[in-house]
Structure formats: structure tokens, C-alpha cells
Write a protein that binds this ligand. Structure first.
Ligand code: 8LK
Length: 224
């Protein structure tokens, strides 16, 4: 296994809409011993001391979105800061998709009150200013909203069955703003786009494209 010569691992964020295949993508990299995989801690959000915050949020967003997003942000910060012994670290989602996609949408929709947004945004700014979070590459699983809508229905994660297509379209636009139009300067890492509309049989070829990018860049970092 490659040993990392410098203090921190080559860090890759895996980003994309609900149902775009992030967990499947991350698990594809289980085959590499030099990569640590940090999947989205959905089970923590579904059971915090017995409370299913994900379900509470979907059932009563006005009451629970703020609580849910503040816990999500904490779990994301923990993942960003989690030490890994491998030269490469792959993370599913991030504090950036939390702020620029989900919290941003809830602010625009009024699901989160402006005063609640101000508190969350102060937290994000504080973390961005005070806590070093390094990102070297973002893999964007770019999918059409109608495609992920169908997948969510098939996947049948109970809390998500009420997710309307309009929500997925709004989240898609926010991902496009962030990762294609690059409207947020706080996360300047290069973006590698994957066509996530492809179904499982075809997508392995797409993964290979990113494998090469990730491992080659990782070797560069390690050999620096
Ligand atoms: C960073 C971040 C991830 C994330 C996921 N979610 C929801 C979308 C999916 O239904 C589920 C798992 O990604 O959690 C959310 O509402 N807010 C989030 N913020």
C-alpha cells in the first residue's frame, strides 16, 4: 500500500442529487486498499438517541429542517476531520453540499426561517474560517432529476417516498450552480463530472475514468 508522505490524504468529495448513485460509486472503490471510504452517515441521522431526524424533517420540515441540518453539519465536520491512514480519502457529500445545496434550498423555500438560516450560516462561516478542511477533487455524479426520481421510488427508502420531482429539480439546479457554474468560491477544488444517468451495467466504464483521475492524482500527492 502507498504510504502518504505528507500530513493529509488526497481528499475527494463525491457529490450529487438524491439517488444519483453516490453510495454505489463510493463502494466501487472498496477494491483499493489505499483509499478510505466515508459514506454518508444516514443511519446516524435516522437514529440519534432513538430519534429519526431524517423522518421528522421530511414529515414536518418547517419544524425540523433546522435541527436536522445542524446535526448533518456536525456529522459532516466529523467526517472532514476524521484522520485516515491511507493516502486517499473519499467522502460522500460534505459541509459544502450541506450549505450550498440543502440549506440553501430550505432557505429559499422558507422551510428554514431567516433567523435559523443566519445561525446555520454563522456556523458554516466560523468553520470555514477556523477549521482547516482540505478538498482536492470533487466527483460530481450529474443526473437528470426525472432519472433520480424514478430511482428513489425503486430504492424505496421509506422517508423519501414523499420527495416530489420539484425538490429534485431544485437540488439539481443548486448542484449545477455550485459545480458547473462554480458560483461559490469557498470550495475551489477541480470537478470531475460523471454521467450518473447511466444505469449500473454501463456506469462501470464511467467509474474507470474517475479511478484513473483519482489514483493518478493521489500518486502525485503522495510522491510530492
Ligand atoms: C450534507 C447533506 C446531506 C444531506 C442529505 N439529506 C437527505 C437527502 C436524502 O433523502 C437523505 C440521504 O442523503 O438525506 C438532506 O436532507 N440534507 C443533507 N445535507
Amino acid at each position: 500500500a502507498m504510504t502518504s508522505l505528507n500530513s493529509r490524504p488526497f481528499t475527494v468529495l463525491v457529490e450529487g442529487n438524491i439517488g444519483s448513485g453516490k453510495t454505489t460509486f463510493v463502494e466501487h472503490f472498496k477494491q483499493f486498499e489505499d483509499i478510505s471510504l466515508l459514506t454518508e452517515p444516514v443511519e446516524e441521522w435516522r437514529n440519534l438517541r432513538g430519534w429519526n431526524l431524517l423522518d421528522l424533517m421530511y414529515k414536518d420540515p418547517a419544524k425540523w429542517a433546522m435541527t436536522f441540518q445542524s446535526y448533518v453539519a456536525m456529522t459532516m465536520l466529523e467526517m472532514h476531520r476524521r484522520p485516515t491512514s491511507t493516502p486517499v480519502k473519499l467522502m460522500e457529500r460534505s459541509l459544502y453540499s450541506a450549505r450550498y445545496c440543502f440549506v440553501e434550498h430550505m432557505r429559499k423555500e422558507g422551510t428554514i426561517h431567516p433567523a435559523q438560516f443566519a445561525v446555520l450560516d454563522e456556523w458554516f462561516r466560523f468553520i470555514d474560517r477556523e477549521i482547516p478542511i482540505e478538498v482536492d477533487l470533487i466527483v460530481y455524479l450529474r443526473a437528470t432529476p426525472s432519472v433520480v426520481y424514478e430511482r428513489i421510488r425503486k430504492r424505496a427508502r421509506s422517508e423519501e417516498q414523499c420527495v416530489p420531482l420539484s425538490y429534485l429539480e431544485a437540488l439539481h439546479s443548486l448542484h449545477e450552480n455550485w459545480l458547473v457554474n462554480r458560483t461559490h468560491a469557498e470550495c475551489p477544488a477541480p470537478v470531475l463530472m460523471i454521467d450518473a444517468d447511466l444505469d449500473l451495467s454501463q456506469i462501470t466504464e464511467e467509474y474507470k475514468k474517475s479511478e484513473h483521475q483519482i489514483l493518478r492524482q493521489a500518486v502525485n500527492v503522495v510522491m510530492q
